[in-house]
Design a protein around this ligand. Structure first.
Ligand SMILES: Nc1nc2c(ncn2[C@H]2C[C@H](O)[C@@H](COP(=O)(O)O)O2)c(=O)[nH]1
Ligand SMILES: [Mn+2]
Length: 227
């Protein structure tokens, strides 16, 4: 047997690669490691993380009372039901909306301004979805595991017209939430930085939604008393 090849890493190289197995919630591990694992409750605890984890973008602005990752995905699924383009399978959009940020249960909600960067974020999310689907969902239903992973990858790679629409709806829903928080805080909070997201919206239908929103937002800020 050939001797193990020791690959010398320069001291500066990252010595530990982020792995989903090191970020499994204790409750999930407990349920998976019992004599007869309860996969359903383990998966429900993964989804629980999405219900309780607030979105980082709002926390970055000092907000404490703000939406969770699940809240964001819920409203995206409602928006998906409203697509009028007959070529689009809305039910598929609803599914993609409901799984697209599921990996954040373990990875966390990484913002576009986070130094971790897009490639590492994508790597962590894909590894997490592969882990959750293989180790937690597949023992219950291999078909469900396949479909959830497929819908996630479709979103990640924009592999379908439905994924294109959900990518746009992801940005639109963010902008709706920005404007809602700006109104609640009477303009004292301003998420102008987030509105760069408008440039990423490509479909005609969601572009129109976004432009209508931006018009109202501009009118709102114009109406504020000048200090
Ligand atoms: N600080 C900033 N955060 C931003 C910006 N645009 C989006 N975001 C936040 C919103 C979410 O918390 C997260 C991304 O959400 P996904 O739905 O894409 O996972 O990043 C910004 O311009 N600045
Ligand atoms: Mn999202």
């Amino acid at each position: 047997m050939s001797p193990a090849v020791i690959v010398k890493q320069p001291a500066s190289a990252a010595t530990t690669i982020w792995d989903p197995r090191d970020h499994i919630p204790e409750e999930v591990n407990g349920l998976l490691n019992q004599k007869h694992p309860n996969y359903l409750l383990a998966f429900m605890n993964v989804v629980h993380q999405l219900k309780i984890q607030k979105r980082t973008g709002w926390l970055d602005y000092g907000m404490t009372e703000c939406e969770s990752i699940a809240d964001h995905m819920y409203r995206m699924s409602i928006l998906s039901m409203l697509i009028t383009n007959p070529k689009v399978n809305r039910d598929k959009c609803v599914r993609i909306a409901l799984v697209h940020d599921m990996a954040e249960a373990l990875v966390g909600d990484i913002t576009p301004v986070d130094p971790i960067g897009k490639d590492e974020k994508h790597r962590r999310e894909l590894e997490t979805m592969k882990y959750v689907c293989k180790e937690i969902v597949e023992p219950m239903s291999s078909e469900s595991a396949r479909e959830i992973l497929e819908d996630f990858i479709s979103y990640d790679t924009i592999g379908s017209l439905e994924a294109r629409y959900v990518k746009d709806i992801d940005k639109y829903e963010l902008l709706v939430q920005c404007f809602e928080y700006e109104k609640i805080h009477k303009g004292k909070l301003n998420f102008q930085e987030f509105f760069i997201a408008r440039e990423w919206i490509q479909t005609e239908e969601v572009s129109k939604w976004a432009d209508d929103l931006i018009l109202l937002r501009n009118q709102f800020f114009d109406s504020l008393p000048k200090i």
